[in-house]
Write a protein that binds this ligand. Structure first.
Ligand SMILES: C[S@@+](CC[C@H](N)C(=O)[O-])C[C@H]1O[C@@H](n2cnc3c(N)ncnc32)[C@H](O)[C@@H]1O
Length: 375
């Protein structure tokens, strides 16, 4: 049985995970809050724990509540003005932990209300459950919300181990409209027990080429396994973050069907890892800070993806800015990388741009398209 995460002090690696959850949600929330086509916003934490560690550090449910206020409670005021409904749903399977969570949330809200506004609070629609996560996927109420394209959904799945997000559940999340999700997974364990029927029951490990000599790679490979499940015709974005703890590798996987969702998640990842935007363990063996050739502008990942983009442009496999910008995102890099390659190729007189000329890189869904001509 997994050790209860809330009974100790959160270790550094758990704090990193929680920081990524917080920053990911901080980026996500205003986008959905301000989107006029979204009628309701749902925030689900299905493996919520009891809310705190032994020292009182906030766990994911309290982090989400805290983030939802925004700086100087700006979102509370906006929600009150726009009358937009924001629902929080916290699930924790173990009854006693769920009761502690309820108490912690109650105190958190009370403290906030006492210090600030008393009524019409952003936390008015906070619900609790203590079910098996998988039961929600049979629950018509939840499924109706999940399928509703007028509702924005943020889904946090901080499981122990790896058994809760199998292929079917993953596809259900991928196919849900206006739904972004982030899940935690114990990648080293999948690699170590890949032949075990208990593992194969959840992941088709025969499709993952684990390399004993490259243990660092295991979470990357698992993310690729999930990426390969996504139907090829579907525009979808998936990125991962490897977290090394001792000899083990864990990781996060974030999924969104909108380029903006991935732009925002990558911003968080690159702020945590300036070398590759995907790990706490220098996954590509770049020169680290303090080493002679350390240079965050020219890292192995950036150089590699720039080289591929350059080659694809010159072979006309990328022939417009939108597909180029999205290619960078899909490969875990900021879309600015594509624009830098385009500028360089223009300087070398190898390409010309035709159409709505611009060098915009962010908010891809709003950028005007231009085509690329080979000279
Ligand atoms: C990694 S902890 C979550 C910690 C929490 N996110 C935090 O920041 O404190 C996983 C939690 O999920 C609960 N859990 C385990 N299996 C579950 C299941 N099948 N459905 C719902 N909750 C489950 C555990 O009791 C545990 O509290």
């Amino acid at each position: 049985m997994a050790k209860d995460i809330n009974k100790d002090k959160f270790p550094e690696e758990t704090k990193l995970k929680l920081e990524i959850f917080a920053e990911c949600f901080r980026e996500w929330f205003p986008v959905f809050l301000h989107n006029q086509y979204i009628k309701k916003v749902y925030i689900y934490d299905f493996f919520a724990g009891s809310g705190k560690d032994v020292e009182g550090s906030l766990g994911s449910p309290l982090i989400l509540l805290n983030e939802a206020k925004g700086e100087n409670r700006k979102y509370c005021n906006q929600i009150r003005k726009n009358n937009k409904r924001v629902y929080f749903a916290f699930n924790e399977k173990i009854k006693i932990k769920q009761e502690q969570l309820q108490e912690n949330v109650k105190n958190f809200i009370l403290t906030c209300q006492t210090a600030n506004c008393q009524t019409n609070c952003i936390y008015s629609y906070t619900n609790f459950a203590h079910s098996e996560f998988k039961d929600f996927l049979q629950n018509e109420n939840f499924l109706n919300i999940l399928r509703n394209k007028d509702y924005g959904k943020f889904i946090l799945l901080d499981q122990y181990g790896f058994s809760q997000v199998d292929k079917d559940i993953f596809l259900q999340l991928v196919n849900a409209p206006k739904t972004d999700f982030i899940f935690f997974i114990s990648s080293s364990f999948i690699s170590r027990f890949r032949e075990h029927p208990a593992t194969k029951q959840y992941l088709d490990t025969a499709k993952i080429n684990f390399d004993e000599k490259q243990p660092k790679e295991c979470h990357r490979l698992i993310a690729q396994y999930y990426r390969d499940i996504i139907p090829t015709e579907k525009e979808y974005y998936l990125h991962h973050f490897t977290i090394k703890k001792g000899a083990n590798y864990w990781g996060l996987i974030f999924g969104t069907n909108h380029s903006l969702g991935m732009e925002k998640f990558l911003k968080v990842c690159w702020s945590k890892d300036k070398l590759s935007g995907e790990s706490n363990c220098n996954i590509n063996n770049d020169y680290e800070q303090g080493m002679l050739f350390h240079n965050t502008e020219e890292t192995i990942k950036k150089e590699e993806i720039s080289k591929v983009i350059r080659s694809k442009i010159l072979k006309s496999e990328i022939s417009d800015n939108i597909s180029g910008l999205k290619y960078a995102l899909k490969n875990g890099c900021s879309s600015e990388l594509f624009t830098a390659v385009v500028k360089q190729l223009e300087k070398e007189n190898k390409i010309a741009r035709v159409g709505e000329l611009n060098y915009s890189s962010s908010n891809i869904h709003k950028i005007k398209q231009y085509n690329i001509k080979i000279l």
